[in-house]
Design a protein around this ligand. Structure first.
Ligand SMILES: [Zn+2]
Length: 178
């Protein structure tokens, strides 16, 4: 027993170290493949770099918010409700284009925040597909949709809130609804 132990222990230690290194290497690789570093903006100023994670439909959120969204999406799926992200994190270039389009259509809904001021630029806000598409942002049919109804009952458990009175957008969810 003692002899087996004395021979086996170094191998066990070496094996453990190799496994630990593999885990670290894999984590690094995952971060590089699915996580993209991006500059976040708040109050018109860059506030640092965040790591983005894919949430489907070619959309991204800050990694911890992405994990919360994916958990919420899985819970909704169990209830037969499909949640699709139409807009997650926006870089400065994207927000600038969206704002220019908003100005060009004479500031009509949906409202777009000035570049540097959108919750989408912090990677914490997400626009979720709420049908029917093409209707007003707060159309009663959107409010009655199973997607909106499910989110109204469950989204806050995952840290997502819709403040319809404030934004008048059924699809916009963020930490405080703004
Ligand atoms: Zn939004």
């Amino acid at each position: 027993m003692a002899r087996r132990g004395s021979v086996g222990t170094p191998y066990l230690i070496a094996g453990g170290l190799a496994l630990a290194l593999l885990v670290v290497a894999k984590r690094g690789a995952i971060t590089k493949v699915t996580g993209t570093a991006a500059v976040a903006w708040r109050g018109g100023k860059p506030i640092g770099t965040i790591i983005l994670k894919h949430i489907g439909n070619n959309q991204y959120l800050e990694a911890s918010r992405a994990a919360a969204f994916l958990a919420m999406q899985a819970a909704a799926a169990k209830d037969g409700v499909t949640l699709v992200a139409n807009s997650g994190f926006r870089g400065m270039a994207e927000q600038t284009v969206l704002y220019a389009q908003y100005v060009a259509r004479a500031f009509t809904a949906p409202v777009v925040a000035k570049p540097g001021y959108s919750r989408h630029q912090v990677g914490e806000a997400v626009d979720i597909h709420i049908p029917p598409a093409g209707t007003a942002p707060d159309d009663p049919r959107r409010i009655m949709s199973k997607e909106f109804q499910w989110l109204s009952a469950n989204a806050e458990k995952y840290g997502f809130k819709n403040d319809l009175k404030r934004t008048r957008e059924a699809w916009h969810f963020s930490a405080d609804g703004s």
